[in-house]
Design a protein around this ligand. Sequence first.
Ligand code: NAD
Length: 245
Amino acid sequence: MTGGTSGIGREVARRFGEAGAVIVVDIREQPEEDDESAPTHELIEDNDGRAEFIETDVSDPTDVGAVVEAAREFGGVGVMVNNAGIYREASLIETDDDAFDQVFAINVRGVFAGCRAAARDMLEREEPGSIVNTASISSEYAQVGHSMYDASKGAVMMLTRVAALELARYDIRVNAVAPGIIETTFGDGNPDFDRELGDGFILNDADLPDLNAREIDPEIPMGRTGTPDDLAGSYLFPSSDERLD
Ligand code: NAD
């Protein structure tokens, strides 16, 4: 379960923890800066589940492979959830190459590495399995200032389709969940990123609409944004015996 420390991934990991052992993979263990919330693996263990945290940057395919290797201790990867992702905003003309590369390294190559490592493990063990990737409404819906993010999530959707086609014959199912706007701290910023990129990176370009301030609820038929709890079941369903074959 990548990106399992906070937001959507935390809730999905918690729910999977009710069904089996979970490896929580993330660049950080603490969900909050103030250390007040328990890490996800502790939450699962407190609920009599089995879980472990492995600090991993999904943009490094070798590290992602090592996590899957570590899962052998639990009997191998039955379900791989590739959920870690970042959000960066900039106008196309001002987007820095490093910013683009970082978004793609995490959002696309991270998912690719997770799919590949999990599929190799399942094939080696000759076991069926399920892979669920976090795409986005942005996989198909273009927004101003979203060239890096929307392109990355479009890639996740197509990667999911190709992987599903290739792996179906081995009884490995590959699906994507494409959330709309979900209440998490997503996009609140990565200080290291700002520091590394300097002036070329713009979080709130004056030429862009203030996406955080806009009225989004009226665009959503239910009149409210989603929650991780709304979504979690859609990750469990394709990984369960209740699935549609
Ligand atoms: P979040 O920021 O709470 O969760 C993202 C998690 O990924 C964090 O725990 C973060 O530490 C981790 N992460 C970031 N970079 C990483 C890296 N290099 N390696 C390992 N872990 C890393 O936000 P969220 O809303 O829960 O986002 C989860 C996924 O949902 C993302 O892929 C995001 O694109 C997608 N999504 C979110 C929304 C939304 O509105 N919140 C909508 C559509 C899709």
